[in-house]
Design a binder for this molecule. Sequence first.
Ligand SMILES: *[C@@H]1O[C@H](CO)[C@@H](O)[C@H](O)[C@H]1NC(C)=O
Length: 251
Amino acid sequence: MSWSTIFFICMALVLSTQTADGYKYYRSARCVYSDDLHDMEFIDSYVFNKVEYIRFNSTVGLYVGLTEHGIYNADLWNKGPIVAQEKTQLEGYCKHNAANEYSNILDKHVKPSVPRLSSGTPSSGRHPAMLMCSAYDYYPKQIRVTWIRDGQEVTSDVTSTEELVDGDWYYQIHSQLEYMPKSGEKISCMVEHASLDKPIVEHWDPSLPESEKSKIAIGASGLVLGLVLSLAGLIYYQRKKSNGRTLVPSG
Ligand SMILES: *[C@@H]1O[C@H](CO)[C@@H](O)[C@H](O)[C@H]1NC(C)=O
């Protein structure tokens, strides 16, 4: 047997023991809060090989068994001193951390960015026109997006998404209004959010956007230039023709 064969066998043994199933035992403590942090629950779970078999639940104030073994343990632990210690965690751990988290994250406000309103094709086909109003990258989640037409809030034919989670603490929301255009009307979208001293109001401007205006201006200048040049050409041609006539004696 050569050394390399022995080495290979040893490696195979090491690898097989490393990949063989072992045992995993862990305990996880968590605080579950309501949105306003007023309701909270402390849960202390014990998990063996992916099976949670016992947990302390602060709402019940006791250990709760989830398997036969867990129920057996819960009976014992609920009689012992350990349960008293768990009972202090709701105040000492969950409530204490809630105050920290509140001042670090939850009382922060980030203003939504509201781009100018855009028009689109109505999806339902009940009305010929559709406007879209969006708010991006704001925090916290609560927001109000409303449509105002000639000073009145519009509630019918408005479709809004929920507050969509961006996955980075920020949210976005989109609202669309389907309507029958009238001349001289004023349509606006109003966004209210805790980060704003006064609501953001975007007015619908049915005239063309700046980029379109400049395209038209460039096109029109081209047309004028073209006309001027062809006119100059025509005059030049006419002049030359009449000059030719005087140069060549007639008769
Ligand atoms: C804790 O107990 C309460 C009351 O029985 C129950 O509503 C809640 O779902 C339990 N929580 C967990 C995580 O088991």
